[in-house]
Structure formats: C-alpha cells, structure tokens
Design a protein around this ligand. Structure first.
Ligand code: 26Q
Length: 821
C-alpha cells in the first residue's frame, strides 16, 4: 500500500505572488492592469511549472543514478483533463497560490476555468491511463506514459435543436503551458515499402525492410506530479511531422512512386483522435497512428537502455516492462521482434524470450465489435515486415498448440492470430495474449469472463497468465480537488492522510449515525447541488431545484450502457404524474452527459430523444415541479468534476456482462452518491464494499442474461405483458415530443422491438422501475439516506488507483519505488 504522505512545500504566498507577476511581465509581456483571466492563468501556470520542472530534474537524476527498472504505459489515449488544480494540490501549493492571487485581486477558481481540457481520449480507458500515471508518480514508481500528441482531441459536442453536432477540439490553440518540446529526442519512423530477403553468412536469412516513406516523431513531455510533489514522472506524447532528413531522390523509382501514390501526409498521423470507442474502425490511418507511437516509444526506450547497458540485451527485460492499454499498442510486439531479429541480428528464440518477458496486456472489453482486427492486406501495405513477423509468431505458436491439442483444427483456427477467409484478418487480441507474460481484465467479473468466454484455451495453455486487476481512480482529483468542501470535512474528522491512504475513509463510518456529521455531510451535498444548479442554468437555461434528488448518468453513449433504459423510466414517471397528479414521488432531476461516436446512428438518436423528452417535461407545468431532465452538452473531465460532487444517485445500468468495469461508478460513490446498478463490472465489488443496504441493485445477472438469450429472447413478450411499457414505447411513435414530426423518435422503439433489443432493456425495465421506487422512498428518510451516503464515501477505499497500481506492481510489474531526494 502507498505509504506516501503529502509534505506541503514551503513556498510562501509572497514568493508565489512575485513569481506570477514576474511571468506576467516577462513571459506574457503584459501587466497587472491589462491582464485578463487568460493571461493570469498562463502566468500562474508558468510559476507553478517552475516548481514542477525542479521536481522533474531531480526525479530524472534519481532514476538515472539508480538505474531503475521502469514501467512504460503504452496507451493511444490519456484523458488528462485540466492540470492546474491537480498540480497545485499535488505540490501542496493550492492554498498558498489561492492566497497569492487573492492579494493580486484575482480568483484562482475563475482563472482555472480558462484552462482547456486535455481531452486526448474517449472515455474510461483514457481516463484510467491518466489516473494510473498520477498514482505511479505519487507512489514514487519509475514510470513513463507513452502516447500520441493529437492536435485535436475528442470532438467538442454542441446540441442544436436536440441533436449532437461535432466541432473540432482545439486544446492547443493558444499554447499549452504544461508541455515541453524535446527536439533532441526526435525519432524517424519508416512506413510502407517492401521487404528484401538477403542470404547472409552461414546461410542466415536476413530481411531488410525498404520503407516507402519516413515520418518524424517529435516528443512533447507533460510532467506528471505525484501527490507530495517529490516524484515528477513524464507523459511523453509523439507528434508526427514530415521528415526533413528523408531525401526522396535517393529512393528507387518503385519506392518513390509507391510513396507518392500513398500520399502519406505525415502531419495527418497525429492530427485527430478517433472518436469510435468500442468499435474497431479498420481505418488505415488508425493503424498508422498505432504503429507510429509504438515505434517512437520503443526507440526512445531502447536509446535510454543502451545509454546504460550498451549493446548487451541481456538485461532488457529486467529494466523494461511495457504495459499495453488494450490492443491499440499491440503492434509494439512485432516491432520489438523486428528490432531484435533484423537490426540487432538476434536469433528468433532469444528475441521472443525478451519480448514475452517485456509485454503485459490489459483487456478492457468483451464486446465482439470492439475486438481489434486488421485486414492482412492493409497490414502488408503499411507494415510489410511486421506481417511476416506476425506469420512467423503464429506459425511457431500453432506448433505449440498442436502439441497440446494434436490435429485439432477447430482449436487452431480459433487461437490463430490470423482469421482465415476471403479477407484474412490479423487478430490483435490473440497477438497480445501470445506476446505477453501477463494478461489482465479490469474487474473480478470481467476477468472471470475473459478466462471463461473470451480466451478459455489460452487460460488452459498458460495457467496463471490471465489475471485480474480491478480498476481504480485517483482520489486526489476525484475527491480532494473536485470536492473541496467534503475534503475539508473529512480532514477535520480523520486527518489528512486519506488522499494517499484511502482505506482511512473507513474512519468516517463511526460518524454515519452522528446527527451533526450527517447534517454537515448533507449540507455539503446541498451546497454542491446549488453550485451545479447555477452551472446548469448558465449552460442550458434550465432551472433546477437543489432540493430535488440529483440523479446522474455520465458516460459515453452506448446501447450496452442503456441510457435509453433510463429514458424509458423517465417517461414512465411522466406518464404516472399525468395520470395521477398526486403520484407520490420525491422531486427528481435527471442529469445526463454523453458523447456519441459521430457515425453511431442509434446513439445519436438516443441523445436526440433525451433532449426532446427533456424539452417537453421541463416545460410542462403539470409535472415540472417534480420532474426535470437535463442533458448537459460536451461532457468531459472538467464537467465531470462539477457534476460528481453534486450527485445523489449514480446510474450504472449496463446489461450484465457488458461493462468491463466502469470507473465513473467509483467516482460517484466516493462522493456520496448511491448507486442504482446491475450486477456488472465493478458494481459488484462496490456492492461488496458498501453493503446491500447502501446500493440499489436490480436486473438480470450474467447467468440469467445468458439463459434468457439461449432460450430465445422476445422483447414483444414484455411489450404486450407490461401495459405501461407498451404505452411508453407507443408514445415514442407519436409527435408528442416532436410536434409536427411524428416518428422522429421511432428508431428507439424499433431497436427495442423489431431490432431484437440486444441489450435486454425491456427485460430489465420492471426491475429497474422497482429499484427506483425503493430508492425514492429511502430518500424520504433523510437520516437513513445520509447514513447510506456517508457509508458509500467511507467504504470506497478499495477503489483508489493506488491499490490498482500496487496490484500491478506486486503481480505483474515487479517494480521497486525510488525515492527522490
Ligand atoms: C479502436 C479501434 C479504432 C478506433 C477506436 C478504438 C477504440 C478506442 C477507445 C476502442 C475502445 C476504446 C475505449 C474503450 C474503453 O474506454 N473501455 C472502458 O475501459 C474502462 C477502463 O478499464 C472500463 O472501466 C470500461 O468498462 C470500458 O468500457
């Protein structure tokens, strides 16, 4: 467990003030009278960055002198959000800087709003990477995050007449004060071209890849400050540029023409983040992105290794562990093989030994449509040598399979890296399992399903290789920084160690029935709701009552996450209120935040439906004292930080077996929201921790889902059986919510009936509605609710990302911490 305790640094507000003013003058070229909030923000960043860079220098020196083993976290996404608040808290400079700015007549809260989110990720997987690098630095572990320096992160969402519009995200338009360009570490990356076979001495076959083009990888470093401010690791993100070294004239005609034909615009590689989470896009540029950042990162790692160990590869796997965040960086496996076999001229078996002791792979999904597959033909065009290497890996692997299951072609074709057929495909999941020494799922149930359903034969072949590491979240950002009122109350009861010893929150359980503490806890929740209500008014014009239950569903929009189940229940409440104005219910505000992948039609239809229903309900005086629905546009990390502290209820309602873990569920419960959820992902472990009385579990279990599907699920059974459900679904086909446009919401109904309701929305509806009734009446007992909310916060210790990282360290990475100074 992390034993780090924050030691606030001894900078006083006078020194910080002087530094901010100095930067205002000398870095920004303005002065106190002219400066606007943006200039104050930049000057403050520059002052903070001075402290950060001091820590970075000391950390790099300590790691170099100790020749430490380090983890290299390879991820196509890092969803960092804003850095100012986090860096200030982790340096122990928040209060002092707040004070310094006050004395300058400037509000820290206001200038922090100037910072654009670093939205270099889609959702859970990208945010997990951000939480993990925070924990790694906090726990003094040598680590580097490697990823892509996208010019445009996840699109900005606007809502026009209820529908999602995508706008480009431009997070760097006015410069990013946290990043440092490192031209001294630029890498050259080959692409396209052909492979030449040469016959060397002793009959050794040598392969030489003649690339069709070369692109330049420029590293940008984002310092990652650990809590306590001692260790400062780096997140290194690669930007693509046209290679100036590359001289077209030296290339033969074939290579030249090829390269021209491909028309690789080097700069486009890191231009934009693909917004399609949970669906493999199969786009050429996406594969190039993956290879580009993996190849840059491997070269960077090898350069550093060689500086300490020369050309002796024997200690490589002792010094370097690479964690693959899903299969997106799996191409690093054949790339390392290429470097060892083709460039270092190592024999295959020795090279494979190094590879399979270096890589570990985290799986984040079981959804078949999310498992990455690449057409072999595309591979051959972009990375011809890598395809050969993959075939060789596969050939040798299938020989091993044959020893265990002799002549069993069914098993071979299932385990093969290559999916045979008219269009051969490369299965990145199989490649990742075969090329790694450890494979983990992200919650107990998910890891069990990875073993039982996704990779059962691999589990048999290599017992112990498949394992679980339950996800976590950093309590520094997701409690201390985002919920200062609650943090202060917690400090006053159990001291200040909880951000690095989250188990200490257990101490709050002693006060769960203490009337005074209950009052303080719920007053903070209320105050956070007042703040959010003001934001809602400013962002949408909708007025909401902070005395209502704030019921929150925030996550990417997906059928499996079932935002439409939530919507059907809202429609049910609306109907009940229309039919019976005296219908007993606590006033409720339903809040949504969600982006839909731009090409995901039904997901966009669901956003549209939520907005149309919201319009109708919010403007219907018959019900709008009891019911409000708000869709907050452009859900992102910084908006989550405002919504989560104000939530009473957390919606975690995926079809059992579909949500690998979820991490929003942890953030909401940590901030005292009660979960209404299915037995899916980490909800199960949350229920174990908080206890059955303090969570609302409903719906089919994984086993029941499987049985229902096996017996032939027919959504019409539920439609005809449940009058309310039928009325609601039929309502969607009228023009009640879309005046003059009948049928505008019909796609939703059709997906649930003729579409077969693949995520069993109708099957779980009644149980969901019952759980909401139980929750509503529990809220009526304000002492009882306060107790439940407090116990949620008190019992979330397990879900700190420090615990996740400690699990990785103990069971997979075998790393030692390295104290700085
Ligand atoms: C793949 C190919 C082409 C383009 C895009 C993608 C792509 C991009 C992002 C595929 C998947 C993702 C993201 C997946 C993700 O966020 N998964 C979530 O990971 C969380 C952290 O483990 C879990 O808590 C969630 O349950 C899981 O859905």
């Amino acid at each position: 467990r992390a034993k780090n305790t924050a030691q606030p640094q001894s900078l006083d507000s006078k020194t910080i003030k002087a530094s901010i003013v100095q930067h205002l003058h000398c870095t920004l070229g303005t002065d106190e009278n002219k400066a606007n909030n943006h200039a104050w923000w930049k000057a403050t960043c520059a002052a903070v960055q001075e402290q950060v860079l001091e820590g970075l220098r000391k950390t790099q020196r300590a790691h170099y002198l100790n020749d430490t083993r380090a983890v290299h976290y390879f991820s196509a996404e890092f969803l960092m959000g804003r850095l100012m608040s986090n860096n200030l808290h982790n340096l122990g400079l928040f209060e002092t800087t707040d004070q310094a700015l006050k004395e300058l007549g400037v509000s820290l809260t206001d200038i922090m709003e100037e910072e654009p989110d670093m939205a270099l990720g889609n959702g859970g997987l990208g945010r997990l990477a951000a939480c993990f690098i925070d924990s790694l630095a906090t726990m003094d572990l040598p680590a580097v995050g490697y990823g892509l320096h996208y010019e445009h992160g996840l699109f900005r969402q606007e809502i026009k007449s209820g529908a999602q519009i995508e706008r480009p995200d431009s997070w760097r338009d006015y410069g990013n004060p946290w990043e440092i360009c490192r031209p001294e570490s630029i890498q050259e990356i080959p692409l396209y071209g052909y492979v030449e076979t040469k016959y060397g001495d002793k009959g050794r076959i040598q392969k030489e890849w003649h690339p069709g083009t070369i692109v330049k990888g420029v590293p940008w470093d984002i310092p990652v400050v650990g809590y306590g401010g001692k260790t400062v690791n780096v997140l290194r993100l690669w930007e693509s540029q046209a290679s100036d070294y590359f001289n077209w004239d030296v290339f033969n005609a074939g290579g030249y023409v090829d390269a021209q034909k491909e028309n690789v615009q080097a700069e486009t590689i890191s231009k934009v983040l693909y917004p399609n989470d949970e669906t493999e896009a199969g786009k050429e540029l996406r594969l190039i992105q993956q290879y580009f950042f993996c190849a840059c990162s491997l070269k960077d790692i090898i350069r550093r290794y060689k500086r300490a160990h020369g050309d002796n590869w024997e200690r490589f796997a002792d010094q370097v562990v690479i964690q693959l965040n899903d299969t997106h960086p799996a191409i690093a496996i054949p790339e390392l093989m290429r470097i060892l076999v083709d460039r270092a001229e190592m024999d295959w078996d020795s090279a494979w030994e190094i590879c399979t002791q270096t890589f570990a792979y985290t799986n984040h999904t079981l959804l078949p449509e999310a498992l990455e597959k690449w057409p072999a033909r595309m591979f051959e065009k972009i990375l011809p040598r890598h395809l050969e290497i993959i075939y060789e890996i596969n050939h040798r692997f299938l020989d091993e399979v044959d020893k265990v299951w002799p002549n069993d072609n069914a098993i071979k074709s299932k385990l093969s890296i290559i999916e045979e057929g008219n269009d051969k495909m490369v299965r990145m999941g199989n490649l990742s399992v075969i090329g790694s020494f450890a494979v983990n799922g992200v919650a107990e149930i998910h890891s069990r399903l990875v073993k039982q359903n996704l990779f059962p034969e691999f589990d048999q072949l290599w017992p112990g290789k498949l394992t679980n590491v339950t996800n976590g979240i950093t309590p520094r950002r997701w409690l201390k920084a985002c919920n200062p009122r609650l943090s202060e109350l917690i400090d006053s009861k159990i001291g200040q160690d909880w951000p690095v010893q989250l188990d200490k929150l257990q101490g709050l359980a002693d006060f769960a029935d203490d009337a005074k503490f209950q009052k303080a806890f719920m007053q903070i929740k209320h105050q956070n709701k007042v703040d959010l209500a003001a934001d809602i008014k400013a962002l949408t014009g909708v007025e909401v009552d902070p005395n209502a239950i704030f019921d929150v569903q925030i996550k990417r929009l997906h059928e499996y996450k079932r935002q439409h189940l939530n919507l059907l229940h809202i429609l049910a409440l609306y109907r009940r209120l229309l039919e019976n104005p005296g219908y007993a219910m606590t006033p409720r505000v339903f809040l949504f935040g969600a982006k839909a992948a731009p090409g995901y039609k039904l997901a966009k239809d669901i956003i549209y439906a939520i907005n149309k229903v919201a319009d109708k309900i919010n403007n219907d005086p018959r019900v709008n004292q009891k019911l409000k629905v708000v869709f907050l546009p452009n859900y992102r990390v910084s908006l989550a930080e405002k919504m989560i502290p104000a939530a009473d209820v957390s919606e975690q309602i995926s079809t059992a077996g579909k949500e690998a873990s979820g991490t929003g569920n942890m953030k909401l419960a940590l901030n005292g929201a009660l979960t209404i959820g299915t037995l899916d992902g980490a909800n199960i472990e949350i229920a174990e921790e908080v206890g059955d009385d303090n969570i609302y579990i409903f719906g089919l279990t994984v086993e029941e889902v499987q049985a229902l599907k096996a017996n032939g699920y027919n959504p019409y059974d539920y439609y005809y059986e449940n009058k309310e459900l039928k009325a609601i679904l039929d309502w969607l086909e009228t023009d009640y919510f879309t005046p003059g446009k009948p049928g505008a919401l019909a796609s939703l109904k059709h997906s649930l009936l003729d579409g077969g309701d693949p995520y069993l929305v109708l099957a779980d509806f009644a149980s969901y509605s019952d759980a909401h009734k139980a929750l509503d009446s529990a809220y009526q007992d304000s002492k009882g609710w306060a107790r439940k909310a407090i116990l949620n916060t008190a019992r979330m210790g397990k879900f700190t990302s420090d615990r996740s990282i400690q699990d990785y360290v103990d069971r997979i990475w075998k790393l030692s911490s390295c104290k700085v100074e």
